[in-house]
Each structure stands twice: as C-alpha cells, then as structure tokens.
Design a protein around this ligand. Structure first.
Ligand code: DC
Length: 240
C-alpha cells in the first residue's frame, strides 16, 4: 500500500489478503502461504472470536456492540507474535484454544455484525499492519474493506457440499459426531449473517484473484497462491 510503505525499507512492505466464507481452508492456506513467503500471518477471525469470548465472560449481550467495543478498548485483544501461528490474548491471558469452543462459535456471527465492535477491531488490524508490514491477513473483509490497496487480494470459494464435508471431517477427526444436515444449516445461516450485515460484509474484493477450492488440495491452493504472489510482487518491484 502506498501510504504504508516504511520509509526505512521502501518496497519491502507486502500485504496479501485472503477472504472467503468458512470451509474454504482460508486459515490453513493463509498460514502456510505466510510461512513459505516469510511473511507474518494475521487471523482476524480469532479477534472476533476473542471478542465473543469476552462477551460471554463479561455477561455482555453479543448484540451490544458499543459495550463490547468499550470493554475491548479497556482490556485489549492482542497477539503473541512469538508463537506460530501467533497466539491470541485477552489482556495477558492466552485464549487461543478456548476461542474454538462451541459456545464461542455459536455467538461469534452476532458479535461480528456489530459496527462499533468492527470499527475497534479494524483499527487494531490496521495498527498491526503498521507494525507487521509484511503480512498475509485473512478474514471476510480484509481485501474489500480493511486493506483495499493490498498488492494481492485473494477470494476463496467452495461449494456448500464440499464445505460441509470438510467441516464434518474436521469435527469427526476431533471426536465429535455430527449430522451433515445440521452442518449444512449451520453454514447456510452463517453465510447469511456474514454476507447480509451492513458493515464489512463478506464480498468479493474488486480486482480479487478468485480461487475455487472444490477440486484442489490445501497444498495445490498454496502453490497457486505462491506463484501468483511471486509474479505480482516482482512485477510491482516489491521485495519478497
Ligand atoms: O474465520 P472464523 O470462523 O474464525 O471467523 C469467526 C467469525 O468472525 C465469523 O462469524 C466471521 C467473522 N469474521 C468477520 O466478520 N470478519 C473478519 N475479518 C473475520 C471473521
């Protein structure tokens, strides 16, 4: 981004965004891509999950965006960059595992729809990019809204059936038996909340590189992304 080039290292700042719905393998490919390119990795979904956990722990209604934004401002949601992938902290407490629990997943879409809370987290994401200007960042709004000038903006997609199969497999591998019908309903409901919210909805960023992941393995997706990033940054005169 023009305004984000560091004066000490002009041409070495590289922001890559990856957006798309749940079940497209976004987090895994973003983490792998960052490792291959030697960039930092930002999982913005973890920030919304930490906000949802804070709502549960502080007895704040998930739809009370202003109370939540105030609380976050007070206690702080940040990353521990010494871990790989970076751990997420509320204050000084590591909640990286806890934010994946079902009670958090159940309310996170409501929390993520609140404008005041989004403003607070988007502002932290831009601050993080100042401090980590060589970054692969993934979420729903990273290329469309938070970093529209990122040098490459990816948009991942997959069919509902494939996304449901992946989720069922993921849950079964962690010992949870689920009905595929229930998962399809869950994904459809989340898609609706993510795409229909007024603020930072899930949309394809303009000028995005589209990748349909239905028939590709994680490794194939990362290979494809790596070659696109190498070519685009080289054409733009940016150092990797
Ligand atoms: O990717 P995930 O499942 O960890 O995301 C958790 C929730 O946060 C999900 O409901 C989408 C939302 N989210 C968002 O609204 N904007 C982002 N940039 C990232 C995630």
């Amino acid at each position: 981004m023009q305004g984000m080039q560091s004066s000490q290292h002009p041409g070495s700042n590289v922001i890559i965004t990856i957006d798309g719905p749940a079940g497209t393998g976004k987090s895994t490919v973003a983490h792998n891509l960052a490792a291959r390119l030697g960039l930092d990795f930002l999982d913005t979904g973890a920030m919304y999950r930490a906000a949802a956990l804070l709502a549960l722990e502080s007895n704040i209604e998930p739809a009370n965006g202003s109370a939540l934004a105030t609380k976050i401002h007070e206690v702080g949601i940040k990353f521990d960059w010494n871990q790989d992938p970076p751990g997420i902290l509320i204050g000084d407490r590591d909640v990286s595992k806890r934010i994946r629990d079902l009670d958090v997943s159940e309310i996170v879409s409501i929390v993520a729809a609140q404008s005041q809370l989004r403003a607070e987290l988007v502002s932290s994401q831009r601050q993080i990019a100042q401090e980590h200007p060589r970054l692969v960042t993934e979420g729903r709004d990273q290329g469309s809204s938070v970093f529209p000038d990122a040098v490459v903006r990816f948009f991942l997609s997959a069919s509902l059936e494939i996304r449901a199969d992946r989720r069922v497999e993921q849950l079964e591998n962690s010992g949870t038996q689920v009905s595929r019908e229930r998962i399809i309903q869950d994904i459809t409901g989340r898609d609706r909340l993510d795409t229909e919210r007024a603020d930072g909805p899930l949309v394809r960023p303009s000028g995005a590189v589209d990748i349909d992941t239905d028939s590709l393995s994680i490794e194939q997706v990362v290979d494809l992304m790596e070659s696109i990033v190498r070519q685009t940054t080289s054409e733009a005169g940016l150092k990797l």
